[in-house]
Ligand binder design. Structure first.
Ligand code: DX5
Ligand code: ZN
Length: 221
């Protein structure tokens, strides 16, 4: 039995009241905060940056923040997210000219490092850096937007990533991102994932001010 973590993606939260949204999902049982950074270059959308991460810390959020950097080039933002209080920083290999260096930059800042794989990006990018990653994030949608459908081929890729992790002997988390719902999460867990990002499936549960509005949805997860 693995220890499973639920990571709500704040991409689908109400940004006008982000602090409360994050407090409320954490109070309802979420484990870590998935923070989607998009640059309108690597992906066709523009979201939030290190200032917002820092603002969540100043607001009093102490839960781990999992910064998913969909940006190119990635290196300069790594330092900014270390300073802003991220606990995990993950990036796409296509966003870095020197993947080993970028991973090392993250770890040198005392932060957990991770590589993210788009649906068609091969896991062979891991071949020479398994000792430098704390997290592997498999995209089960093409990045850029919440609310897309889970791509079924991600299940076989999760099994392959799980084999690589187990063979390595390193305590690497296996995260999945995109189209995760209450009705497919068990199958995704059986394929080997232990950390589950869910955006629309969690935050679509109403935008009223009841601080317990996410209790039932997180209980189902
Ligand atoms: C997509 C982001 C995801 C997104 C997932 O590019 O990386 O984290 O918020 O949203 P859902 O869970 O709605 O597919
Ligand atoms: Zn993400």
């Amino acid at each position: 039995q693995r220890d499973f973590l639920i990571a709500p993606s704040i991409l689908s939260a109400d940004f006008a009241r982000l602090g409360e949204e994050v407090e409320d999902v954490l109070a309802s049982g979420a484990d870590i905060v998935h923070f989607d950074v998009m640059d309108n270059h690597f992906v066709p959308n523009l979201t939030i940056g290190p200032m917002i991460c820092e603002a969540l810390r100043k607001h009093g959020i102490t839960a781990p923040i999992d910064a998913h950097l969909m940006v190119k080039p990635v290196d300069r933002l790594i330092g900014d997210f270390i300073d802003a209080g991220a606990d995990y920083i993950t990036f796409h290999p296509e966003g870095s000219d020197h993947i080993d260096r970028s991973l090392q930059l993250i770890r040198d800042g005392g932060v957990k490092s991770g590589l993210v794989f788009n649906p068609a990006t091969p896991l062979s990018y891991l071949d020479h850096v398994m000792d430098k990653v704390d997290m592997i994030l498999l995209m089960s949608v093409n990045p850029g937007f919440g609310g897309q459908a889970f791509i079924p081929a991600a299940l076989a890729k999760l099994r392959e990533a799980r084999r690589r992790i187990d063979a390595s002997g390193y305590p690497i988390r296996l995260e999945v991102d995109g189209g995760v719902k209450v009705d497919n999460i068990a199958e995704i867990a059986r394929a080997g994932a232990d950390t589950f990002v869910a955006g629309s499936a969690i935050f679509k549960a109403g935008q009223d001010a009841d601080p317990h509005r996410y209790d039932s949805v997180l209980r189902d997860f």
